[in-house]
Design a protein around this ligand. Structure first.
Ligand SMILES: [Ca+2]
Ligand SMILES: [Ca+2]
Ligand SMILES: [Ca+2]
Length: 450
């Protein structure tokens, strides 16, 4: 049995409910329901860069460079009953605008209206169309600041010792730093560089690009001005950008006398050339010279390649059946290839994630200073027991070692091939020293670099 039995009797009528009933009978608020408003079709346009749609990327020119920040135009179609449009931005902007006719256009700017605010990298705008205070569908439009970009231009390029040298910086969508009073900075590794240069004196403005010309100059360029020059800038929303220019041209290393085997690898440059890009090694093998080994530096393995095949790099050449290997500084085999998958008998080494063919035994390329070896088919590197370091039967594969860490002790030399070669390199730098080993003329523990 239920403990409580509901009743159908009405609630007791009070003075307040009697007054409400009287008002409703006199002023029927929803006797003719208003149409729910629809803001679909609303778009936002970048008045500076021209991008348009419901989610745009827009440009920016800071007030300190003569601009009004970002400048957005909202275009909102609606019924003629609409009299108010609310725009509420995720950056804190919130304002009711009057609407007339069947389309309303509203312009806002960072400088004039505080939106889009530079404290965030993008703003979501909620658009509400209202007729006599009654709204309907809500639309969302998204405006994202284009990221800052920069370039450094050298005049002349490359610089010439003894004559005037200038560098220019172009910076786009950059935010003025009111604390440091600049649009960015220019730093350099050059020994003669006077210290951090602030980019504050704009030479000219083109669109949203600020030009600093010159950002730095020397009356008579010297090798003490050699180095890497780096510009750092920041855009709205604390989005940063950097750009580099190096005065140091890339090098081609030419084999000096004879690059040794494992007893005597050859450095690919002098200490003064350390860190410069190495784009090629030129040398030769012969009947009495069956292997050449060089020290190179690989800063980022994902960018590295070495090839003797003109199919893979037009500046590479050999014309005979090469093999190439990468070894660790202590002589452990890391990676090997006989024939590039691109065709012919040239060899190509690169990170296994980039190699356009089969990879076997997990070929590994760490970053840092490594040894690059070239010999001729069918010669093989071997360990101390005379066993193969790599099984190169799959000629077009990229190979890792059969036993990881197994050091090369001997290079078989039965080939009758070998002549001049040019190894084309990418993502490689000059190595100015070679490892010396604790166990004499065999690969083993590295005790120092010379
Ligand atoms: Ca040689
Ligand atoms: Ca040699
Ligand atoms: Ca080959």
């Amino acid at each position: 049995m239920p403990l409580h039995t509901p009743t159908n009797s009405p609630p007791p009528r009070t003075a307040a409910t009697s007054l409400l009933a009287l008002l409703l009978s006199t002023f029927p608020l929803w006797a003719t329901p208003a149409q729910a408003e629809n803001c679909s079709g609303a778009t936002v346009l970048d008045l500076i860069g021209g991008d348009s749609g419901t989610a745009i990327e827009h440009d920016y020119l800071d007030a300190a460079a003569g601009g009004i920040g970002a400048n957005l135009r909202f275009t909102i179609p609606h019924s003629s009953a609409v009299d108010t449009i609310m725009i509420i931005g995720s950056d804190g902007y919130s304002l009711a605008h009057s609407a007339t006719g069947t389309q309303t256009v509203i312009d806002v700017s960072t400088q004039g209206d505080g939106t889009p605010a530079t404290s965030v990298s993008n703003v979501a705008y909620e658009v509400d169309t209202l007729a006599s205070g009654i709204g309907g569908t809500t639309c969302e439009l998204t405006a994202t600041f284009a990221p800052p970009t920069c370039t450094i231009t050298s005049t002349p390029n490359p610089p010439t010792v003894g004559i005037n040298w200038q560098i220019r910086v172009d910076a786009t969508n950059v935010l003025y730093n009111a604390v440091d009073d600049n649009f960015g900075t220019l730093a350099s590794t050059a020994s003669a560089f006077p210290g951090l240069i602030e980019l504050d004196g704009i030479s000219s403005v083109s669109g949203t690009t600020l030009l600093f010309d010159p950002a730095h100059q020397v009356a008579s360029f010297s090798t003490m001005d050699d180095g890497t020059y780096t510009t750092s800038i920041t855009g709205p929303g604390a989005v940063g950008a950097q750009c580099d220019y190096s005065t140091l041209p890339a090098l081609t290393f030419i084999e000096t006398d004879d690059a040794g085997d494992h007893t005597n690898p050859q450095a690919t440059g002098s200490p003064a050339e350390r860190g410069r890009s190495l784009i090629a090694i030129q040398g030769a093998l012969s009947l009495n010279d069956s292997v050449d080994i060089y020290c190179i530096k690989i800063p980022d393995p994902s960018l590295f390649y070495a090839t003797t095949s003109p199919f893979d790099d037009g500046s590479a050449s050999a014309g005979w059946d090469t093999r190439m290997f990468v070894l660790s500084p202590s002589g452990a085999g890391l990676s090997a290839n006989d024939d590039t998958p691109s065709g012919g008998f040239g060899s190509t080494l690169m990170s296994s994630s980039n190699f356009p063919g089969t990879t076997l035994n997990s070929p590994l390329l760490p970053s840092g200073e490594l040894l690059l070896a070239i010999n001729a088919f069918p010669d093989e590197p071997q360990n101390g027991a005379g066993n193969l370091i790599f099984d190169l039967n799959a000629a077009q594969a990229l190979h890792g070692p059969l036993v990881p860490g197994d050091p090369v002790v001997n290079w078989s030399s039965t080939s009758t091939q070998g002549a001049a070669y040019t190894i084309a390199l990418g993502g490689a730098e000059v190595c100015d020293a070679v490892p010396i080993f604790s166990d004499g003329f065999e690969f083993g523990s590295v005790v120092a670099w010379q």
